[in-house]
Write a protein that binds this ligand. Sequence first.
Ligand SMILES: Nc1ncnc2c1ncn2[C@@H]1O[C@H](COP(=O)(O)OP(=O)(O)O)[C@@H](O)[C@H]1O
Ligand SMILES: [Mg+2]
Length: 374
Amino acid sequence: MITKLRLYQFRNIDLLDLPITKKNIVLFGENGSGKTNILEAISLFSIGKGLRNESAYNMGNMASETKTGWSSTITLNENLKLQTNLEPQLDLSLKRTSKIQGENIRSHTHFSQWINVLWITPETDQLFLDPPAKRRKFVDRFVYAKDVLHLKRVINFESAMRQRLKLLKTQPKLNDEWLTALEQTIAEEGVALAFARHLLLEDLSKFQPRGKEQGILTPFTAKMDGPFEALLTMGSSLKIEEAFRQKLYENRARDQESGITLFGPHRSDLSVTHHMKGMNAFQCSTGEQKILLLAMIISFMEHVCFKNDQQLTVFLLDDAMAHLDEHHRFVLFHRLIANQDKNFQAWFSGTDRYLFNDLERSADFFYVPDLVGK
Ligand SMILES: Nc1ncnc2c1ncn2[C@@H]1O[C@H](COP(=O)(O)OP(=O)(O)O)[C@@H](O)[C@H]1O
Ligand SMILES: [Mg+2]
């Protein structure tokens, strides 16, 4: 677990040194005190640009006169130091640099060997109303956690798809061999990534009894939905790839005309069913949607995280207790406490400490205005 967090000139923080002793951490304090900023600094150890999806340059402390850049450093199990930082004067590209044990690494995606970060923020309240691409990204974060190759597949898949569309637009007749090769790549990577998403969601939906259950947040089923998913039941991967390749070949003219790849896993969408309601998540209330997302997180912890995992999974639950009634808060905390042997850590933020009373003995509590010194 993270045993120390150190932030320097990060957003509204000058310097923060936080020793951590527990698997649950509660950051509480008034609006604008810096809770989300601290969680964002931790989210930078995951693939991507963190929970605000912002440029590294904007993360520097705007109030600081020195503008020397910023850093976020975590220590895992008191001995492994991971750091990501920006030094604008040294790096004119304004890209952050990352280090493991003081040694530069090529990309911060290499942190995923040691740590994976998943989050629910106030923005995620919109997830089920957002465009499907956001939901696929949400699923992919879960998949990255267990499968470091998944990111590469997504990148290769999207790049081959873009190249094929470009060729179709410019010179389809001249490049038959090239098109065939690209379609082969799209088929291989596409089938692999669709399977990875499918298997992960199957794991999350495991052991979900129907009906009212006191011990779980809410029973749900999560799956990818779309015409492509039917292919996955066709038999061996090779057979499925061949069927997908054939479809891409047949669709060349239609794809060329529409300017998009009409068939593939990139057209599938996450579908979550709330069992007790018998409804799809997007028809549920805001509170019920939040509970479904938290139920996915808890299910991930229970069925996908193991105690011997080398990779730590960190959950950032930013303001996630808003909309949550006392019963569901109790169940959530109870599940976390019951699974203390798994290799995860949960960081919560909220305005009021009393929301976390059930975690009293199982969490480190920090009043953020005191930490930030404001
Ligand atoms: N780059 C930055 N430099 C300095 N302050 C910032 C920067 N980005 C955001 N802030 C400020 O940090 C404060 C705390 O933000 P936040 O962490 O979102 O608060 P909360 O505790 O409500 O989650 C806000 O007042 C915000 O304006
Ligand atoms: Mg906040």
